[in-house]
Design a protein around this ligand. Structure first.
Ligand SMILES: Cc1cc2nc3c(=O)[nH]c(=O)nc-3n(C[C@H](O)[C@H](O)[C@H](O)COP(=O)(O)OP(=O)(O)OC[C@H]3O[C@@H](n4cnc5c(N)ncnc54)[C@H](O)[C@@H]3O)c2cc1C
Length: 330
């Protein structure tokens, strides 16, 4: 089985950068989400003859940044509280207004973006699933009516803003590294909110970064989950679930994929025990190859699959997983 990797390369800057800045708001510690946004930011910047500017607190790998799309870094010291970061960026971006600001559609990203948009009087499209430039303006694509329609939204404000759904933008191949400028900012603590403790029920990035994901629905028995985990380990896969599975408490909510869960873009997605309802499969639209296994020859899952196997997941996995383990190891 041929498993597809990223096809397109991160766009390179064109011209003298006078077309304006596309500022990408980097979330602390969310490498995968940040690199998705940078790929989109670099593409928009190239389309307007501008530059892609990343705002971030800690940089783990300076070498990789340019390849991911960065032409300038606004590196901020101090607090990373949403209110403080928004205030800090307002100061910098009012002095030198960008063409657009992109933020991750995560809890933190949404909070910073909403506060920044209000402070700057900028139009903000929330939870976009795609971005493009048309007539020199930013067009953000946003699902409506439960995802059955995609609306094209433009802002009328000078600075255009959008938050983007994590996991929905395609992974891009890095462009060759080049030099980039760094500007230092300071986020001064002044927030009325004090964060006493942070807790996540799971590591969301583990799923977001996975090349291979097994999606589990209620058609499997919960007592079979250890066996499915062993199959996943054999091919280096992460597990995700339908909402019915997370509602039943078989897996953490952070593993839910779909319209009210996460969007993911693995190179290979194996769906078992799920009927493939739209509310679930909308979250795997950016997956590379989708393989479905279901005994029902008429289920909805087939319309989302590249390869469908009509049958029981266990019988299919007994044959498929050892072959896949060999293929993926090469
Ligand atoms: C507002 C709203 C938001 C929602 N958001 C989400 C969301 O974000 N994510 C999400 O997933 N859902 C979401 N849902 C629920 C969604 O509509 C579906 O109900 C849900 O995805 C179905 O889950 P399922 O496929 O696990 O179960 P089912 O639809 O019951 O499918 C089980 C499948 O397992 C198959 N099966 C049985 N035995 C086997 C076997 N041995 N091997 C292989 N297959 C077998 C059956 O043939 C069946 O097709 C949402 C619903 C609403 C109303």
């Amino acid at each position: 089985m041929q498993v597809e990797g990223p096809v397109d390369e991160v766009a390179r800057p064109v011209g003298d950068g006078g077309g304006g800045d596309v500022v990408v708001l980097g979330e602390p510690g969310r490498h995968r989400v940040n690199s998705e946004l940078l790929g989109a930011g670099a593409g928009l910047a190239a389309a307007i003859g501008g530059r892609c500017v990343m705002s971030i607190d800690v940089v783990d790998d300076w070498e990789a940044l340019s390849g991911q799309g960065v032409d300038r870094v606004l590196r901020h010291a101090g607090t990373t509280g949403a209110e403080d970061v928004a205030r800090m960026l307002e100061g910098r971006l009012t002095r030198d207004p960008p063409w657009a600001v992109l933020a991750p559609g995560t809890a933190w990203g949404r909070e910073v973006a909403a506060r920044l948009a209000t402070r700057m009087g900028a139009g903000l499209t929330g939870d976009a699933i795609g971005l493009e430039v048309r007539d020199g303006r930013l067009v953000a694509f946003k699902p409506a009516f439960g995802g059955r329609m995609v609306a094209e939204i433009t802002c009328t404000s000078a600075v255009q803003m959008a938050t983007v759904r994590p996991g929905i933008l395609p992974a891009l191949r890095p462009r060759p590294n080049g030099p980039f400028a760094v500007e230092h900012l300071e986020a001064v603590p002044g927030s009325r909110t004090r964060i006493i403790e942070r807790h996540r029920d799971d590591d969301r990035d583990q799923l977001a970064n996975a090349d291979v994901v097994i999606g589990v629905g209620v058609g499997v028995d919960p007592t079979d989950l250890p066996e499915i985990e062993a199959h996943a380990a054999a091919i280096g896969a992460e597990l995700c679930a339908t909402r019915r599975v997370t509602d039943a408490g078989w897996m953490p909510r952070a593993r839910q994929v779909g319209i009210t869960g996460h969007s993911i873009a693995p190179r290979l997605y194996l769906a078992i025990g799920t009927s493939g309802k739209f509310n679930h499969t909308v979250g795997i639209r950016s997956a590379g190859t989708v393989v479905g296994i279901n005994p029902d020859p008429d289920c909805e899952l087939w319309s989302a699959c590249d390869i469908g196997m009509v049958g029981d997941w266990r019988a299919a996995f007994d044959l498929l997983i050892p072959r896949l383990a060999d293929e993926l190891a090469q």
